[in-house]
Design a protein around this ligand. Structure first.
Ligand code: MRU
Length: 343
C-alpha cells in the first residue's frame, strides 16, 4: 500500500483519484472492491470513466468532480490530432455531455465539467495543443483545490466539534469520497493525528453499504476507534446518549440550505433533532449550488432495483411480484441542519 501524508502523519491509502500523465490515464481506487481488495485501476477511455462513475467505482461528490475533470482533459488530449479545430470543439463538447450524464445528483460533477469547458471556451483562439495544455493545468488545479479545501474542512470541523468525541456518520464522506482527507471525516482524521480519541459509529448505509465498506474501512485503516451499526440502530444509540454529534457530507446544497446526501441522511437528521444532538454537514464550496433554490429542485438519482434485493445475497431475496424503490439520495431540510462545515 502506498502511503500518503496527512498533515505530517501517515494515512495508509493512496489518493482516491489521480492523473497518470505517462499512461494518459485516470487512476482510481476501485471502490466496488473495498474493503476486501485495495485495487488501483487505470482508465484511459471515456466509456471506462463513464462506467466507473456510474457504477460507483469512484464515488462521493468531490471525487466524482475531480474524475470528470481529468476525464475531460484526457478526452481533449485524445483529440489533439483530430485535424480541424471545429471538430475539436464539437467532440470535446460531446465528451462533456457524455460525462455529465453519468450521474445526476452530485453538483460537483457539473461544476468541474463547467470549469473545464470554460477553459476551452475562453482559449478558443489558441491552437488545440495549447488548449489541451491549459486543460491539463485546470484539472490538476481542481485536484489540488480539492485536497486543500478538504484539509481546511478538517481544521474547521475540529474547532466546531469542540469536546465532542462520539461521532455518528452516514455513507462515506471520507478520504475515499475526495482526493484525500474527505469532508465529514476530515476532522476525525486530523484530530486522530493530533491525539484526539474519537469514537466513530458508521451507519452501514443500505443498499450499497458505503458506511460499512468504505467509512469503516478508511477509519479503521487509520487506527481510529470504529463501530459499524445497521441503519436502523441510530435511534437506539442516540437514546442512550452515545452520540455527541453527527457529521455527514453532501452531494448538493440548495440555495436555501436544503441538502441532498445519501439516502437515509434525512432520517438521521430527524432523529438528531429529536434527541437534541448537533447535526453538521461538511462540504466544500463546489457542493453549494446557488442556482438550485430549494431541495425540491434537486434531481434524485434512481438506481437499479437489484442493489436492494440481490447485490449482496447469494440468491435474490426480494420476492417475485414485490416492487422495489431505490432512490440513491434524500434531501435533509435546512431547518434540521445545525451548521455547515466548509472550507
Ligand atoms: O452514491 P455515492 O456513494 O456517490 O454517495 C456519496 C454520498 O452521499 C456522500 O455523502 C457525498 O457525496 C459527500 S462525499 C464528500
Amino acid at each position: 500500500m502506498k502511503e500518503t501524508k496527512f498533515d505530517g502523519s501517515v494515512v495508509a491509502l493512496p489518493d482516491t483519484v489521480a492523473l497518470d500523465d505517462e499512461r494518459s490515464a485516470l487512476v482510481i481506487i476501485d471502490q466496488t472492491q473495498l474493503p476486501r481488495r485495495l485495487e488501483l485501476i487505470a482508465l484511459t477511455e471515456q466509456v471506462q470513466i463513464f462506467e466507473a462513475i456510474r457504477s460507483l467505482r469512484v464515488r462521493g461528490a468531490p471525487a466524482i468532480g475531480v474524475s470528470a475533470a481529468i476525464g475531460y482533459y484526457l478526452a481533449a488530449k485524445q483529440l489533439v490530432n483530430c485535424g480541424d479545430k471545429s471538430i475539436f470543439f464539437q467532440k470535446i463538447g460531446a465528451a462533456r455531455e457524455y460525462l455529465a450524464s453519468s450521474r445526476p445528483t452530485a453538483v460537483n460533477l457539473f461544476w468541474a465539467l463547467d470549469r473545464m469547458q470554460n477553459v476551452t471556451d475562453t482559449h478558443s483562439n489558441l491552437s488545440v495543443v495549447e488548449i489541451v495544455t491549459k486543460l491539463h493545468e485546470e484539472c490538476l488545479k481542481i485536484r489540488d483545490e480539492d485536497i486543500e479545501s478538504c484539509r481546511r474542512i478538517g481544521e474547521n470541523g475540529l474547532k466546531i466539534l469542540g469536546r465532542s468525541r462520539n461521532i455518528l456518520t452516514h455513507c462515506n464522506a471520507g478520504q475515499l469520497a475526495a482526493v484525500r482527507y474527505g469532508t465529514a471525516l476530515a476532522p476525525i482524521h486530523l484530530g486522530h493525528e493530533r491525539g484526539i480519541d474519537f469514537k466513530v459509529y458508521c451507519d452501514e448505509t443500505r443498499p450499497l453499504l458505503q458506511g460499512m465498506r468504505l467509512s469503516a474501512f478508511e477509519l479503521a485503516a487509520n487506527g481510529i476507534d470504529t463501530t459499524v451499526i445497521c441503519d436502523n440502530m441510530v435511534s437506539s444509540l442516540m437514546s442512550q446518549g452515545k452520540i455527541d454529534a453527527v457529521i455527514v457530507g453532501a452531494d448538493r446544497i440548495a440555495a436555501n440550505g436544503d441538502t441532498a446526501n445519501k439516502i437515509g441522511t434525512s432520517g438521521v437528521a430527524i432523529l438528531a433533532k429529536y434527541y437534541n444532538i448537533p447535526f453538521y454537514v461538511a462540504a466544500p464550496k463546489s457542493t453549494f449550488d446557488m442556482s438550485t433554490p430549494t431541495g425540491k429542485d434537486i434531481i434524485i438519482e434512481q438506481r437499479d432495483p437489484s442493489e436492494i434485493g440481490e447485490l449482496w445475497f447469494s440468491e435474490p431475496l426480494s420476492p417475485d411480484g414485490a416492487k422495489t424503490y431505490n432512490p440513491a439520495f434524500d434531501v435533509t431540510p435546512h431547518e434540521l441542519i445545525t451548521g455547515f462545515i466548509t472550507d
